[in-house]
Structures are given as C-alpha cells and as structure tokens.
Design a protein around this ligand. Sequence first.
Ligand SMILES: [Zn+2]
Length: 362
Amino acid sequence: MAAHSPFPSPWQADVLDDPVALTRAMVDIESVSGDEKEITDAVELALRSAPHLAVDRVGNVVRANTNLGRAQRVILAGHLDTVPLHDNFPSTLDGDLLYGCGTSDMKSGSALALHLAVSLPEPVFDVTYLFYDCEEIDAEHNGLNKISQSHPDWLAADFAILLEPTYGLVEAGCQGSMRVVVRIEGRRAHAARSWHGVNAIHGAAEVLRRLAGYESRRVVIDGCEFREALNAVYIRGGVAGNVVPDLCEIDVNHRFAPDRTAVEAEAYLRDFFEGYHVEVVEAVGGALPGLSATPAQDFITAVGTAPLAKLGWTDVARFASLGIPALNFGPGDPNLAHTKNEHVEVTKIVEGAEVLRRWLAG
Ligand SMILES: [Zn+2]
C-alpha cells in the first residue's frame, strides 16, 4: 500500500498505549523552558494520528478536542517544559522508579493526558487536551497564560484538571501569593555619636516581632483546609561599618487562602504592618476549589480519596480567573519536583491512568 498517514507520530502505537513507556519517551526529549519545539512537534503528531481529535497549535501550545456533542466539556492540561537538567537526563528505570528531569514535574502527568487523548475516542464528557510551554519561567512566557489572552475560547469548559504532581491525591484550588517590601526608616549618624541618629536596623525588631507572633489563618472551603502563611524571606540594611543606617528593608512573602482576593490580602498586610511603609512587588490571586461541579464530583468519586487544599500557587488559578473550577491531580511527588533526584513511581502512573480512564469512560 502506498498510502501512509500524513502525520506519522514519532511514537508507535505501543508507546502511546502505555502511559509508562510514553512518560519515558517524553522525558527523553529534552525540553527545558524555551526549548519545547521538538517535544511539541511530537505531541502534535501523536494527537493528529487520532482521527477522533480536532487539533490546533499556536506556537508551542497544542489543543486537541473531542467534539461529541456532550453536555459538558472538561480540560486535561499539562506543561511540556522542565527546569534545567541536573545530571538527570535521559531517563533511567530502577525497579518501580523512573528517574529523570521532568518525570515528576510533570511529564508523567502530561503523558496521562496524551495517552487518554489518543486511546479514548468516546469519553462521557467532551474533552479538551491542552499541552503548553514555558510554565517553569516568568508568567509572561507561560503558554497557558498567553493562550488565555489570545484564544480564551480554547479554555471554554465546565471543569479542568491540571496534571501537576500531587502523588495521586486530589489537590483542589490553590492559595494566592503576594510579596511585599516593608521599609523601616531611620536617620544616619556617625556610629561614634549614634544618639544623633535613628538606627533603622534596630527598628526592624518590631516588624520581626510581629512576624514571629503571626498565627496562620485557617479556612475550610469545600472540605479542604487552606492554611495561610506569612514569612520574612530577605532582609537588607546597612551603609558602612561606622554609620548608623537610615534604611532597612524586609521582603515578606504571604500565602493567602482563596476566599480572599489579592486586594483583600494587601489590605490585611497594610493593617498587619501598620506604622510602616509597605510596597507590593508581586500579587497573584488563588483559586477556589470549585468541587461542586458535576464532573468534579464524579472525578473525586473515581479517585476515592478526600480532596486536599493545594497550598502552592499553580496554573489552576488561570482557569479560576476565567470562571472554570480546576484541581491538581498527577502521579508525581511534588517534593521531588526540580530536584536532581527527581523520579516517579511506575505504579503511580498506572494508577493515575486507571483513575482518569474510569472517570472519562463513565
Ligand atoms: Zn509543573
């Protein structure tokens, strides 16, 4: 036969059918942020090999849709980039453990989405499979962020799952994140006649006392407990060895539960540091768990364990900002993300694929 597929996938059917082999194949294509063309080409070709999918691509963001006329649409999303390699490329398999850059964060998760996309032609919901670039670097480069602005229709859905590492648990919503600089001002003087000045570094003591006495606010939303945090992360001050310093700055990181907006979190911090100059340098809102949506309830039933609150900020907040409830679920251990020793358990990949298939097959 002369005819052949116009879109030959680099991965044979036996690889696409096996989420473990597919994870390994994806890990073995190097894709540090900004260098995702090769892996995106491979993912696109694999998606185009499935006749039940409509595939689009913009830059290194690929979308594949089923269009079955189902009452609801869900999104399975994953990024294709990794942090820089650290003597952990290509992958190695040791018993149940698959080692390599991106095994946990998050090629094992993205492999689940690709595996289901090509192997499940008639899911009970319509599904949008979304693969994107540049998640591990500044938000201005983030493929999901860019698509949410240029093609918001690509993200139209009733519910989304981001396949970031959660070790097979459901981690719903996410906390917001804010960084502020607290400025303590003083007056310079010669250290030998220091009573003519006001020591700004000494003035930091009161700010640090408030921080040390901080007690976390805990909020339960949809059965998930969010625990807030407030921490000094940098401190700067000092002019010279014989000068009373006139300025001390403390950078403070605040993680806040998603029942508060970034504006409300800022108001809280201004109140907390009353008497000091507070400048906001970074603020991103969180995401409510949104577990009441029918597809979310069905998914939690399929997983079979109680959902937890996601404490770190993730791209689920981008879905939330578009009004789409979203949660995190992936086979990797989040504590291994970005480490030299990064690995994923083969059994977690297999279980993750089974859970998603149970949910999508109905
Ligand atoms: Zn990630």
